[in-house]
Design a protein around this ligand. Structure first.
Ligand SMILES: Cc1cc2nc3c(=O)[nH]c(=O)nc-3n(C[C@H](O)[C@H](O)[C@H](O)COP(=O)(O)OP(=O)(O)OC[C@H]3O[C@@H](n4cnc5c(N)ncnc54)[C@H](O)[C@@H]3O)c2cc1C
Length: 533
């Protein structure tokens, strides 16, 4: 008999909820977490300025109405320490600690076909068996350090934002180089600029960013909001991206120009990326429509940045707004008006090497005391690829995914019985409010295990045909949008040599949920369920 009903890998938003949900269904469960604390993203990314870019009322669990009512967020967009406190509170409140094993990295997971169970091996050399294995390893947890020649010779400290030192890093009086200007680079830069002697921002790709208009949440609005929380959550579950957004319901291209500008201005003033992207029905589907919002944002950059040459360099031209993650910051562009900040274009003159004293580009040398890499993650597949996962017949998952990742509904892999992925490739995942998607996946997986147990099935395996058909559907939906037009981490373009596949499901979390529910209601259509031997 297996040691556990379910082994869970990871204890971020997904793993924490998985422990609670599976345990509440009467299953024995243990989560293995590489970090020395729970929280995942919100544990590791403790760099200055780290902040959620989905509002606190949305980026929080909905499974417990009591939790929802008792917890009050202090800010519209919560900073990393507050999200981490929240996740620790959840672990305390639901008594999850006995079933979470920290500082333990899963190195291998192998399906034992004869016994019908997974053997999960951890870096303490211990192996445990489990009937089911749930990968809650995160879409953005395998951080990526660029392989610049000479990095190991650098005399000063260097940090990746996704592995930030827990004791913090002090840049006071230092010349700092920042590589990476995506969501994280844009958050960390103003914080460094505030204390450093000089900040050099090495920019390869200019990014669109919109203001947060972050603000404290006052008690009255908290109370009022909570009175309708259940209905709001339901709308989030039925929405496109997991956040209810009021759009105009009209295409931008049919809008009179003055009205278009008025709408964009209103939403820009109110803050947040989703209300802008959701303003018109064609913004993510039609390049000409998207150009109208792109031009609007470029005008705001020019309005904010005093030096016209710097402003122009900060203006993105090469991809549609939203096709890369839309960044959010209240002070990134204005930061370039500080005398101690220099924008360095490493598109026209790429980084050549790191030396003991700084960074060399094709055009010059920058003397530096510290380096910060906001260079992101091997998204979607990186954390899974770093585990030696072997399915039926000993086939490694990395081999199965050699031509690109695919998973039926983004939740299960043909050839890997009783293994489930939370927000895996082929699900809405990173193109949704992740907490909504995580809760839906965990509950669907729990119901599937309970169904199998209740009907005398010991094995649940996605079929090849279902997986293939789903993969084709995901691609078909993606190519009806503007998303594939960008060289983004959504398609793996940030990782040298990675196969380019668009692996998020873009039809919306509402319709995705309906598909998943229909599969379950049909007795897990597209899965083979095998009886206990
Ligand atoms: C800086 C940053 C900001 C973000 N902001 C937002 C936002 O505003 N809105 C939003 O919706 N999403 C955001 N995201 C995405 C975010 O990852 C999700 O919102 C959510 O936190 C994911 O939870 P998770 O549990 O799926 O994954 P994670 O939080 O990544 O947790 C996965 C955990 O698995 C562990 N793990 C991985 N491999 C192993 C192994 N082999 N053995 C043991 N443990 C392992 C990791 O250590 C990690 O703790 C952000 C991501 C980043 C990096």
């Amino acid at each position: 008999m297996a040691d556990l009903d379910v082994a869970v890998v990871g204890a971020g938003f997904a793993g924490i909820y998985a422990v609670h949900a599976f345990r509440s269904a009467g299953l024995t469960v243990r989560a293995f977490e590489a970090g020395s604390g729970v929280g995942g993203t919100w544990f590791w990314n403790c760099y200055p300025g780290a902040r959620c870019d989905v509002e606190s009322k949305d980026h929080s669990y909905s499974f417990s109405p009591e939790l929802e009512q008792d917890w009050s967020w202090s800010e519209r967009y919560p900073a990393q320490p507050e999200v981490l406190r929240y996740l620790n509170h959840v672990a305390d409140r639901f008594g999850l600690w006995p079933d979470i094993q920290l500082s333990t990295r899963v190195t291998a997971a192998a399906w034992d076909a004869a016994r019908g169970e997974w053997t999960v091996t951890t870096d303490d050399g211990v192996s445990r068996t489990a009937r089911f294995c749930v990968m809650a390893t995160g879409c953005l947890s395998a951080h990526q350090v660029p392989s610049f020649p000479g990095l190991s010779s650098f005399r000063g400290p260097w940090h990746h934002t996704g592995q930030w030192p827990r004791e913090g890093a002090d840049f006071t009086g230092q010349r700092v180089g920042l590589v990476g200007t995506g969501s994280t680079g844009i958050q960390v830069a103003p914080e460094i600029a505030a204390v450093a002697t000089h900040l050099y921002v090495f920019q390869r790709t200019a990014n669109f960013a919109v203001p947060n208009r972050n603000a404290p949440v006052d008690q009255e609005s908290d109370r009022n909001f909570k009175a309708g929380y259940r209905e709001y959550r339901q709308r989030a579950r039925e929405s496109l991206l997991g956040v209810p957004v009021e759009g105009t319901g009209r295409p931008a291209l049919a809008e009179p120009p003055a009205e278009l500008q008025r709408t964009y201005r209103e939403r820009w003033q109110a803050g947040g990326g989703l209300p802008l992207l959701g303003a018109y029905t064609d913004l993510l589907f039609d390049r000409a429509a998207n150009d109208t919002i792109a031009a609007f944002i470029r005008d705001r950059i020019r309005e904010t940045v005093a030096d016209p040459a710097v402003a122009e360099l900060l203006c993105p031209w090469t991809y549609p707004v939203g096709a890369k993650r839309l960044c959010q910051s209240d002070d990134y562009f204005a930061m370039f008006n500080r005398p101690n900040v220099t924008l360095v274009d490493v598109r026209s003159a790429p980084i050549v090497s790191v030396t003991p004293d700084g960074l060399r580009t094709a055009a010059g040398f920058y003397e530096l005391d510290a380096l910060v890499f906001a260079t992101g993650f091997d998204a979607m597949t990186g954390a899974l690829a770093r585990i030696d996962i072997r399915g039926a017949d000993g086939v490694p998952l990395t081999e199965k995914w050699a031509a690109g990742p695919r998973a039926y509904l983004g939740v299960a892999n043909a050839g890997f019985p009783n293994m489930f992925l939370v927000t895996g490739p082929g699900s809405p995942s990173v193109l949704s409010n992740m907490v909504v998607s995580i809760e839906q996946h965990v509950e669907w997986i729990r119901d599937c295990i309970v169904y199998a147990d209740g009907h005398g099935y010991s094995q649940v395996a996605a079929t090849d045909e279902a997986e293939k058909a789903w993969g084709e559907h995901v691609i078909e939906v993606a190519y009806s949008t503007l998303f594939p037009l960008a060289d983004s981490w959504y398609v793996g373009a940030n990782i040298p040599g990675k196969v380019r596949v668009f692996s998020s499901y873009l039809a919306g979390v509402g319709s995705y949920r309906e598909r998943c529910d229909a599969v379950a209601a049909a007795g897990y259509e597209g899965f083979t369920l095998s009886p206990v031997r």
